[in-house]
Ligand binder design. Structure first.
Ligand SMILES: Nc1ncnc2c1ncn2[C@@H]1O[C@H](COP(=O)(O)OP(=O)(O)OP(=O)(O)O)[C@@H](O)[C@H]1O
Ligand SMILES: [Mg+2]
Length: 243
């Protein structure tokens, strides 16, 4: 049984077909990578799954429940959290306050304010920002903003995390840390992860399965090693000089 499933998802913007009859499924506890060249439709698929856009055609199922017509707020309460390719914290709030917003928005409320604070600090520490609790989000650098984005998403208590290029532009050491973070997220919070990366490489190491989009269509799917050897995938990436 799939935890999250998309059936025949299509989405166009004016004349641009961003997604064309895309099918996918993610099992509980799996880490699935979504890759593909620039403009392949990766972010659009996340936006459709997270309720930012309605698909033109097709359906989304969460635990076999059809959730296609729910908005992002309703989907968040059902356990789908996402991060944005360009981080979107509340700039004038501190890091701790940013995480508090996610905790306050949960369906299952924490009423004791000390408990709420303790919970927020737990997520701040999880992303190694424990010394930045009182810093305004707008004063963080890009990597710190991305970490805060992960903490904010985690603090909603999700079952599924959609991670959109959270670690793009990192150096090798930072990538190692990022890999550890992903693994800890799986082990400590038992969260199912659907993870976009534009550049192959690190995702090949930790994703159990990879789905490849190109020009809005799913062109390949399988174990990382199978996908990396798939001629269709190699061809799609050869035309993309930014890899
Ligand atoms: N809101 C929008 N309005 C118009 N066109 C859009 C919109 N969002 C996406 N598109 C178009 O849909 C296509 C898929 O874009 P999308 O952002 O999903 O690609 P992506 O795979 O995430 O690319 P990248 O690796 O650059 O982030 C592109 O041609 C893009 O220009
Ligand atoms: Mg994108």
């Amino acid at each position: 049984m799939w935890k999250l499933k998309g059936e025949n998802i299509s989405k166009s913007f004016g004349g641009v077909t961003a997604l064309k009859e895309v099918n996918f499924g993610i099992k509980e506890g799996e880490i699935v990578g979504l890759i593909g060249p620039n403009g392949a439709g990766k972010t659009t698929l996340f936006n459709v799954v997270a309720g930012v856009y309605r698909p033109d055609k097709g359906s989304i199922y969460l635990d076999d429940e059809n959730v296609t017509n729910l908005n992002s707020h309703q989907l968040c309460r059902k356990g789908i959290a996402r991060t944005f390719q360009i981080p979107r914290p509340f700039p004038e709030l501190t890091c701790l306050e940013n995480i508090m917003v996610s905790i306050i928005g949960r369906e299952e409320k924490i009423h004791n304010s000390n408990e709420k604070l303790k919970e927020a600090k737990k997520f701040l520490k999880f992303v190694d920002l424990d010394n930045y609790g009182n810093i305004l989000a707008k004063n963080l650098n890009l990597i710190q903003k991305k970490r805060l984005e992960v903490a904010r998403a985690l603090a909603t208590n999700p079952k599924i995390m959609l991670l959109d290029e959270v670690f793009a532009g990192l150096n090798n050491t930072e990538i190692r840390d990022a890999v550890k973070l992903i693994e800890r997220m799986k082990n400590e919070f038992e969260i199912t992860q659907f993870w976009i990366e534009h550049v192959m490489g690190v995702i090949m190491e930790i994703a159990e399965r990879i789905i490849v989009l190109d020009n809005g269509e799913k062109i390949s799917e399988g174990k990382p090693i199978e996908v990396a050897r798939d001629p269709k995938v190699i061809e799609a990436y050869l035309g993309d000089t930014d890899v």
